[in-house]
Design a binder for this molecule. Structure first.
Ligand code: 5GP
Ligand code: 5GP
Length: 223
């Protein structure tokens, strides 16, 4: 009886302190700049110049096992550059913005923090959120994984299955691949989703995959 009471009290405390987890896992989403740029809408290089030919971070998105997700969870927690000043140079290299007009990244990072980051604030504060995404990006060099499997960004066509297999071989986890279309309507490798535990540090098997379908064979454009 005393034990039961203690457990109930502990749970109550967790809830009262607001540290109960309010999402089930993260999608860690990386984008291939060659595909972002190779569409009918244009792209713009960041003010700091053309990014390296590498998969860049798009975001770290809290998600529910049901497939739905929370967004814009805390209007009182705006993006504050001063909280991530020690991370800015890594963010410029690994989380570059490609949207037009050309920017310094602050608009993109503000959007990602306010839409997604504020929904995992009970676990990761703003500094922790950006640092976790940077560390995840450093854990897996997606371009190297693909090139090592003979899948090169040269405009060639590759089977979706071979791309998934290469990433699964390197991470142990099945990725979700999102395609977009070039201006002639050909499907191409746009974003790679990997699932991450609620601490934001370990890749896990995805509890649920986003919707969407790539054709069986897709292009990997150069950048
Ligand atoms: P789109 O509609 O272009 O696929 O996605 C637009 C935006 O909605 C994404 O960039 C992301 O912010 C959000 N989004 C789309 N799908 C998901 C999802 O499955 N989980 C989460 N957390 N966000 C998503
Ligand atoms: P999400 O799709 O995450 O909801 O929103 C992405 C937002 O960030 C869009 O408003 C988009 O214009 C902006 N954005 C800025 N830079 C980039 C970029 O490099 N890639 C993508 N996918 N969106 C970007």
């Amino acid at each position: 009886m005393a034990v039961k009471l203690a457990v109930i009290l502990a749970l109550f405390n967790l809830l009262a302190l607001g540290i109960a987890e309010d999402f089930d896992f993260f999608y860690f989403v990386q984008q291939w700049p060659g595909s972002y740029c190779d569409t009918s809408r244009s792209c713009c290089y960041p003010k700091s110049g053309k990014p390296a030919a590498a998969f860049g971070i798009h975001g770290l998105w809290p998600n529910y096992n049901s497939g739905s997700y929370p967004s814009n969870c805390d209007p009182d927690s705006p993006f504050d550059e001063s909280k991530v000043s020690d991370l800015i140079s890594r963010m410029q290299s690994n989380w570059p913005t490609l949207a037009c007009p050309s920017g310094d990244g602050l608009t993109f990072w503000t959007h990602e923090w306010e839409k997604h980051g504020t929904c995992s604030e009970s676990i990761l504060d703003q500094h922790g959120y950006f640092k976790s995404a940077l560390n995840l990006n450093a854990k897996i060099d997606l371009l190297k994984v693909l090139v090592d499997a003979g899948i090169e960004p040269n405009g060639g066509e590759y089977s979706l299955a071979s791309i998934k297999e290469a990433i699964e071989g390197a991470t142990g986890q099945t990725p979700f691949i999102e395609c977009n279309n070039d201006s002639s309507g050909n499907g191409q490798l746009y974003q790679v989703y990997l699932c991450v535990d609620t601490s934001g540090s370990e890749f896990i098997q995805c509890p649920v995959f986003p919707r969407g379908k790539c054709p069986p064979t897709i292009q990997f454009p150069s950048f």
